[in-house]
Design a protein around this ligand. Structure first.
Ligand code: BGC
Length: 459
């Protein structure tokens, strides 16, 4: 303890403001299952997971954690653990099976029931409109690379506000635009599995536009719960002090992060991307104003970071490499300090955005890690995850004291679930799921978080 205290870190007790919002997070395709029930249409992950080699062992979200049928049990567990909010996503193909057209009432009913079950237990609802399960019919028409998706999203968002608005306490328009545009259309490792720079840049702009129109519709709806967006910013440190590596880190941040965040904050697209990299985004007159809608909070997902270095062989002249940290089961290094750098950066660049006189609240909408968890005698001793959470929460507690307006933290994830291209091989849950029986087992990390929420986060 002494050395930790000497190191200047408050590592013995995790103290948070009484009104700090403690939540868990999931996403529809990763947990719901019931892929062909309740009138749900096909989404791009249904088709992508059928593509040979796209997802580990050809696994898919057909059953996942079966939350579609087990949400009562899951709400019960969250309430036992003391969580105050549940971040889930609405599956667009449950609301509009083919993306547009007639509303599927069964889909609406499912989310209404889920919300009521949560609220009955005093758990707030945080709904993400888009966490990657695009209706396949829209992808067939060009997906996020086709500008017409912006109107389809507007219509979908408007419908969600109308049908669910009375039950939602917090809205998130899009989860991780980076993954939508780049993992889906540039690197091709996520659905729809396309590798095409022009399409990716079109997707960047259309995702940003979709966010903007969704906020416009929200304000028109008269609903009052806060609305924001969730980014996964990459704000890498340079690998060395050389000018070349510093520039590489700046370009990495601009290309991976600022192209999404800056337009939403009214700062336009970064010149490092439009001039230095010479990339073109399909911007039309008036678009930037549409994107820059005032929002009520900024959502940040953080897992890890690796330093950036100049690399002339890389397509955008930068690469990332981690040199010395221990890594999680994803191979991602433990870098809690990166969270501090990132939150400070977000707080700094968002100051004064939308002419707000107050700072814009920030929420960590995902943080967590994958571990090799096993159940033994009905328990899961995931000490690696406990350590990971302790370290990241220590940063959060610290940064609040430094004045960063961090208002809540959602752990990723409530449940072990379908980890996209990794299938079911990577376990991120604070609850273990046996994918044969679907039995839930509470891990040590969940009990640790219960202690922190209760105000006894000692370690
Ligand atoms: C996503 C989650 C994902 C997690 C871990 C985030 O990028 O929002 O859906 O499971 O990271 O990879």
């Amino acid at each position: 303890m002494l050395t930790l205290v000497k190191a200047g870190l408050n590592m013995n007790k995790l103290d948070f403001p009484a009104d700090f919002l403690w939540g868990t997070a999931t996403a529809s395709y990763q947990v719901e299952g019931a892929a062909y029930e309740g009138g749900r249409g096909e989404c791009i992950w249904d088709t992508f997971s059928r593509r040979p080699g796209a997802v580990y062992a050809g696994e898919n979200g057909n059953v996942a954690c079966d939350q579609y049928h087990r949400y009562v049990e899951d709400a019960e567990i969250m309430s036992e653990l003391g969580f105050k909010s549940y971040r889930f996503s609405i599956a667009w193909p449950r609301i509009f099976p083919s993306g547009t057209g007639n509303v599927n009432k069964e889909g609406i009913e499912y989310y209404r029931n889920l919300c009521k079950e949560l609220k009955k237990r005093g758990i707030q609802t945080c709904a993400t409109l888009y966490h990657w399960d695009l209706p396949q019919a829209l992808e067939d028409a060009g997906g996020w690379a086709n500008r017409s998706i912006v109107d389809a999203f507007r219509n979908y968002a408007k419908t969600c506000y109308k049908e669910l608005g009375d039950l939602i306490d917090m809205w998130i328009t899009i989860n991780e635009p980076f993954c939508v545009a780049y993992l889906g259309y540039l690197f091709g490792v996520h659905a729809p599995g396309i590798k095409d720079q022009d399409k990716a840049l079109a997707a960047v702009h259309h995702v940003n536009m979709a966010h903007g129109v969704a906020v416009q519709e929200y304000r028109a709806s008269g609903l009052k719960a806060p609305i924001g967006i969730t980014w996964n910013p990459s704000t890498p440190r340079p690998a060395t002090k050389s000018e070349a590596d510093k520039k590489a880190a700046d370009i990495a941040r601009a290309f991976y992060t600022e192209v999404f965040i800056f337009p939403c904050l009214g700062k336009g697209y970064p010149e490092l991307v439009t001039k230095d990299l010479g990339l073109k985004l399909p911007v039309k007159d008036g678009d930037m104003e549409i994107i820059a809608q005032p929002i009520d909070f900024l959502g940040v997902n953080y897992y890890s970071e690796s330093p950036a270095f100049a690399d002339n062989n890389a397509p955008y002249k930068f690469s990332f490499k981690s040199f010395w940290q221990e890594a999680t089961a994803m191979g991602w290094p433990y870098t809690p300090y990166g969270l501090k750098r990132q939150l400070k950066w977000i707080a700094e660049i968002s100051k004064g955005a939308f002419n707000a006189d107050k700072e814009i609240p920030i929420y960590i909408t995902e943080n967590g890690c994958a571990c090799e968890d096993v159940v033994a005698d009905g328990r899961v001793h995931d000490s690696q995850r406990v350590k990971y959470l302790q370290q990241h929460l220590a940063i959060c507690a610290d940064i609040i004291k430094e004045g960063v307006p961090l208002k809540g933290y959602f752990v990723w994830s409530l449940l072990d679930n379908f980890e996209w291209a990794f299938g079911y091989t990577k376990r991120f849950g604070i609850i273990h799921v046996d994918f044969k029986t679907l039995k839930r087992t509470i891990k040590d990390s969940a009990y640790f978080l219960r202690d922190v929420i209760t105000g006894f986060g000692e370690w």
